[in-house]
Design a protein around this ligand. Sequence first.
Ligand SMILES: [Ca+2]
Ligand SMILES: [Ca+2]
Ligand SMILES: [Ca+2]
Ligand SMILES: [Ca+2]
Length: 310
Amino acid sequence: MIRFIPSTLVVLLLAVSARAVPTLDGVKDAGYGAAWAVQTVETGFGDNLNELNAAYAQIEGGTLYLMLTGQVQNNFNRLNLFFDSVPGGQNQVQPDGNFGGTNPENDGWANKYNGMTFDAGFAADYLIILRNGNNGGDRFDIDFAVVGGGLGAFQTAGNVFGGSLTGSNASALPNGIGVAYNNSNMAGIAGGTDAADQAAALAATTGLELAIPLSVLGNPNPEDILVSAMINGSNHDYLSNQFLGGLAPPQVNVGGDGAGSFTGSLAGVNLNNLAGDQFFRVAVPEPASITLLALAGAIAATWRRRTAAV
Ligand SMILES: [Ca+2]
Ligand SMILES: [Ca+2]
Ligand SMILES: [Ca+2]
Ligand SMILES: [Ca+2]
C-alpha cells in the first residue's frame, strides 16, 4: 500500500510528460489528440483541391502547433487564419492604412476584407495567409499581419520550401513562425454543398501544419486562443464554403455577399447571418503543474486517510 501510491504518481507524471512535440511535416501527429473543429459542409471549391477537413492543436514549450487537414489549391487561393487571442481587435474588418483604416497593406487583404463581419464573440488580432502555386517555379508563400497594427505591421516570406509547393520550414518568417504543407490528401470530405462526411474528415491526416510562438499571438492563455480558418480566392475577394468552424449545410460558396455572388470584395459577408460559429477555440493548456500538484495532494490525502484508518 505504501509503495502503490508513489508508483501511481510516477506513472501519472510519465504519462503527462510523454506527449511528444509535433513534427512539423504536414502530417497529423498522434499527440494532437481530438479535433477542435470538424468540417460540416462538402467543399464547393473542388474535392481534394480546397478542403478543410479538421483542425488539431497542441501547445508545447510556448509554441502553438496547429494542424489543418486538407489542402489549398496550387493556384494561389488563400488559406487565411485569423486569430483572436488578446482583448480588442476587429469584429468588422477595416481597410488598410492607405484607405482610412488601421490594417497592414500586405497582400492586399485588408481592402478586400473591409466591412466583412465575424461572428459575435470574435474580434481578430492577427492573420496568417498561406498560398501556393507556380510563378517562376513552384512556390509556397506565407504572410503574418497584425490586425489593426498599421500599414507596416506585417511579415512576408516567399518560396519558403525552395522551389516546391510542399515541404517544411521551421523558421519561415522572422518572427519564428514555421510552416509545413503536405498536399497528398485524396480522401476526407467530398465535393458539393451538402453535409460533410465527418468520419471521412476525421480520417484525413495530411495538410497544413504551423508552429506559432505564443509571443507572436500576444502571449495569450492557451484557452483564450480562437481561430477562424477560411479558404478564399487568390484575390481575397471570393470566399469558399470551407471554414473552420464549419458552416451549416446545405451551403454554397460564400462569395462576396454571403450567397455565392462575386462583388469584388467581402463587404457583404456577415458571418452572423450564417449559422454556427465560423471560429473554434484552441482549448489546449500546457500540462499544468498546478493541476498535477492538486492531484498529487488529493492522492496523498487519500493515502493519509487510508493509513489512518489502518
Ligand atoms: Ca506533423
Ligand atoms: Ca481580440
Ligand atoms: Ca476530399
Ligand atoms: Ca456564423
